[in-house]
Design a protein around this ligand. Structure first.
Ligand code: MRU
Length: 341
């Protein structure tokens, strides 16, 4: 993939600024954890698996300059850093999973001198990055088998290269299907309020030569009713043990529509997106964003000043609406994913 979402670069973390896409392709470099936290909060880097990678590099950014004199003080600083990065966004479990991997790596190396622990932490972050690239390709292999010639796939939000280290989850499946010569088309929901579908998915799919048609979110029912959609494929931010799945706000509505129109609804996500500690979707913390994201579109006011808003960034699709979940370990019915552990 030629799109570079996130990468360690010398002594800093480099990301493509997703808030400027598709108009401008700008890469940003972060040398300190505070500004990188802001980048996560502002969605300059976003998407669950990419957040796992960002969390890992963020933790290293935050701890690499530590002057802790002993291990206890170093671990305390690392814990503080992990809490700080974890406060950026609550829903995507990959963020916390990435931080937990960093904490575990520090624990495994706790008997080494502090500079060696720091090296081990950077090594762990690189490992998470490389693993994500490989995992995306494994999910793509499993998921591509579900795509048939002539399929018309609807997707919501952006679950592509931009949402992962590269290649993507839901879009990765499409990339692999295309590589295998399958002929299919895609409808991309625009994904209000922040337009990840219009800005990112449409851009990514066009960039990769996939036939994509952009629709507004509220057109999905009409398009399905006309019989134009044969499959829905989306990503996920957190999947609970029973298969309930949090993804970008609007996904639940798409799943209800798919059920009504008897269209298979697939979720593509790495095992790191499964929260084995959480039983049901009702417990997933749903991020609420600033109402300004609804009252404006790219800085332009579209609602009366002072109007009340409610801006949940994610919703939960109940397991019963999901046909199957594609992971790097294979394709599972939602009720079967607890077995993966
Ligand atoms: O708020 P965002 O843009 O981070 O939300 C992203 C999504 O909801 C994606 O669909 C999800 O993270 C899956 S990405 C492979």
């Amino acid at each position: 993939m030629s799109i570079q979402t996130i990468k360690w670069h010398g002594n800093s973390v480099k990301i493509i600024d997703q808030t400027l896409l598709p108009g401008k392709v700008v890469y940003l470099e972060f040398r300190d954890v505070k500004s990188f936290w802001q980048a996560i909060k502002k969605l300059q880097v976003r998407g669950a698996p990419a957040l796992g990678v960002a969390a890992a590099y963020g933790a290293y950014l935050g701890i690499k300059g530590s002057r802790a004199k002993d291990h206890k003080a170093f671990m305390r600083e690392l814990d503080g850093m992990i809490r700080f990065i974890g406060s950026a966004r609550p829903t995507a479990v990959n963020l916390f999973w990435g931080l937990a991997r960093m904490k575990a790596a520090a624990g495994r190396n706790k008997d080494k001198p502090i500079p060696r622990i720091k090296e081990a932490l950077l090594g762990e972050a690189h490992k998470i990055y490389e693993e994500d690239r490989a995992i995306c390709r494994k999910m793509a292999d499993h998921g591509a088998r579900l795509i048939k010639n002539g399929d018309v796939i609807l997707t919501h939000c952006n679950a592509g290269a931009l949402a992962t280290a590269d290649y993507g989850t839901a879009l990765g499946v499409m990339y692999r299907a295309k590589e295998k010569g399958k002929k299919f088309r895609v409808y991309a929901d625009e994904t209000r309020p922040l337009l990840q579908g219009a800005r990112l998915t449409a851009w990514e799919l066009m960039h990769e030569g996939i036939d994509v048609t952009l629709i507004c979110d509220n057109m999905a029912a009409h398009v399905m009713g006309l019989g134009k959609v044969t499959k829905v494929i989306v990503g996920a931010d957190r999947i609970t043990r029973n298969g309930d799945t949090a993804n970008k706000i609007g996904t639940y509505g798409v799943a209800v529509l798919a059920k009504y129109h008897r269209i298979p609804f697939y979720v593509v996500a790495p095992v790191s997106t499964i929260d084995f500690n959480m039983a049901r979707g009702g417990s997933i913390p749903i991020e609420e964003r600033h109402g300004g994201e609804i009252t404006t579109i790219r800085g332009n006011m579209i609602a009366p000043k002072g109007v009340k808003t409610y801006c949940p960034a994610f919703d939960v699709t109940p397991a019963g609406l999901i046909t199957a979940i594609v992971t790097e370990k294979g394709v599972f019915k939602p009720g079967e994913i607890k077995k993966i552990r």
